[in-house]
Design a protein around this ligand. Structure first.
Ligand SMILES: Cc1ncc(COP(=O)(O)O)c(C=O)c1O
Length: 341
């Protein structure tokens, strides 16, 4: 295990790294235990555990940031708490209470305080809560026992070589989610479902895949691991409303800022044909905040937005606002940051 002193913060990338400790809580006999501190990353579960066979597994992803004064704060953890509860309820898992989730997330950051990258590096501390059903059972049905684990590790700056637009392609060979399925929650299986499509798009040279509604292939759903939004020539912020997309916390935050900037925010079904109306298109999520999208390919048609190597001014402003709030450079006027003592 490397020590924080030896870390090249700028070149961390996005990889697992063992840090000082992680936390765990157990749901057994109908109740949650308190939060336990653990250091051994290996632990035993039964070979018949429900998470292994029937996919009762879900997760979250959020970040803590070091500010100029050395303090650390986490971005909107109560939103991730609400989302893991929605996910758990959808697949009949035991949802962790909000207070337990927040305590576990805060404790993970506090236990690894020296692993939280220094201010100014652009790096951050990624927190990964995981919930799994662990009862041994071979008949299909919800687990009785659950484990909540919250781990965390430093991750590098997303745009260390500059903030450049990417090319995307519509992935039509496979769907990642079905209407009224589980695309709107963060179950582990959704990510296995999108791996092949995302790989094939990458192999063709496209950084990200865009998924359309799987019933009609008429409306835009989202990118593989981020939400879609577009800025129209007449300054509207347009983002899809769909049963099969994950409600992104970054998107929700960007909408608040966009409205403050005077943009009209429209969350509604967005037809693929509307692409021609967008001056700027972005993919948004915790990892990068915003990935500017220069073009989207569907079959032999390419739709482009703005200039090839230039980020549009609205996307840049939205990105700077969110990042500024996260690093404490801009006043936290919405109360989004939770301090870690
Ligand atoms: C499918 C999907 N959509 C959107 C997002 C973005 O969500 P958030 O902004 O909460 O990270 C993610 C990442 O969590 C995702 O996996």
């Amino acid at each position: 295990m490397s020590t924080p002193a030896a870390i090249d913060w700028l070149n961390l990338g996005f990889k697992y790294m063992q840090t000082n400790a992680y936390v765990r809580a157990n749901f057994t006999n109908g109740k949650w235990s308190g939060v336990e501190v653990c250091t051994d990353p290996m632990f035993n579960i039964h070979i018949a555990a429900a998470c292994l066979h029937y996919g009762q597994a879900c997760f979250e992803g959020l970040k803590a940031f070091r500010r100029k004064d050395g303090s650390v704060a986490i971005f909107r953890p109560e939103e991730n708490a609400a989302r893991i509860i929605d996910t758990a309820n959808r697949v009949l898992m035991e949802p962790p209470p909000v207070e337990l989730f927040i305590e576990a997330v805060k404790k993970t950051a506090a236990l690894n305080f020296d692993w939280i990258p220094p201010y100014g590096t652009g790096a951050s501390f990624y927190i990964r809560p995981l919930l799994i059903g662990t009862s041994a059972q071979i008949g299909l049905g919800p687990s009785r026992d659950y484990i909540l684990i919250v781990m965390g590790m430093p991750v590098g700056p997303y745009y260390k070589d500059g903030f450049f637009p990417v090319r995307a392609c519509v992935q039509e060979a496979y769907d990642r989610a079905a209407p009224k399925g589980v695309g709107n929650v963060k179950v582990a299986g959704n990510y296995a479902a999108s791996m092949l499509g995302d790989k094939e798009s990458k192999d063709r040279g496209y950084s990200i895949s865009l998924y359309l509604d799987s019933a009609q292939r008429k409306f835009i759903d989202e990118f593989g691991t981020s939400n879609f939004f577009g800025i129209t020539y007449d300054k509207r912020f347009v983002t899809p409303d769909s049963d099969s997309i994950l409600p992104s916390i970054t998107n929700k935050s960007i909408q608040t800022i966009a409205a403050d900037m005077g943009l009209k925010v429209e969350r509604r079904p967005v037809s693929f044909d509307e692409l021609t109306q967008f001056k700027e298109v972005g993919a948004c999520g915790t990892a990068a905040i915003i990935t500017p999208v220069y073009s989207i390919i569907r079959g032999d048609k390419e739709f482009t937005f703005g200039k090839e190597n230039e980020v549009g001014e609205t996307l840049r402003h939205l990105f700077n606002e969110i990042q500024g709030i996260q690093y404490g450079e801009i006043k936290d006027r919405y109360g989004w940051m939770l301090a870690v003592e």
